[in-house]
Design a protein around this ligand. Sequence first.
Ligand code: IPM
Ligand code: MN
Length: 352
Amino acid sequence: MHNIAVMPGDGTGPEVVREGLKVLAAAAARHDFQYETTDYDFGGDRYLKTGETLPDSAIDELASHDAIFLGAIGHPDVKPGILERGILLKARFALDQYINLRPVKLYPGVQTPIKDKGPEDIDFVVVRENTEGLYVGAGGFLKAGTPDEVAIQESINTRKGTERCIRYAFEYCRERGKENKLTLCGKTNVLNFAHDLWQRAFNEVAAEYPGVTTDYAHVDAICMWFVKNPEWFDVIVTDNMFGDIITDLGAMIQGGMGIAAGGNINPGGVSMFEPIGGSAPKYTGMNIINPMAAIAAVQMMLEVLKEKEAAAAVDRAIAHVTAEKLKSLAVGRTGYSTSEIGDMVAERVREG
Ligand code: IPM
Ligand code: MN
């Protein structure tokens, strides 16, 4: 029995989560597993009513589940940053979800803005460190609001934190078994402390994985290669801030926010899965947003719950629907409503 916490969140979050759960139900029926869901209403509306983002008591409750399925966080009436830090980043940090896993996979039939590249060229995974770096909130203001103001934002990189992330990436790369190639993405030519530590930890862990070929790319260069030669990549490991940036570029080359999903992974604890596109408030309640990214998040969740067959079936069903049915992934241009897309994927999963 899998106990799944569901946080539909804001805007179109609930609509896409509903379709993700539809596909989860189909997968459970077809592949014989049981699950239970518990809903949590954390998000912008609750914050506006109660002032509460994600209280500590909720962290304990979430931690008692096997996985968390998150819709979207972000509300037009709430100042940017409050919900992101108070809910999303709080969950990642408090639950020690130290990996942000972002597959960049071009499904068949999906348009990529990159000319002459197809699904065989765009299929890699970014392993982003998710609890350190510039995201820790270390720093502060000096002489705030004066002409002499100083703002310091520190990047914290611990040996343990980098090493566990790198080790996860090697393990993941080996298990993925595609090209057994792991690329470290950094900026060693300039960030001579933080990324020196990354490089040394990477080299030491690499010695334990002789079957994995290693490579290195500077973060600026990798942005060029993603566009020019995406087929070069298998698995990439990088720090929190660089990972944030390159995964949005990755999302675009795989067809956009309508398909991009991510997992916030704690390999020894509870992980959280989300479509990465945000809450898209202006489309709320219209049943036109494309739920494929939320369905892809469910696919990732099934992998981590070790429902491998069900995960593979959802992956095939997504590919079937993108290849055979959808005109586009863009909001309002798919040719179907939100719920129809969920129905088509669920039906395909049910049929096997
Ligand atoms: C992501 C998002 C978040 C991040 C924001 C919403 C805080 O962009 O998951 O990539 O920066 O990590
Ligand atoms: Mn991001």
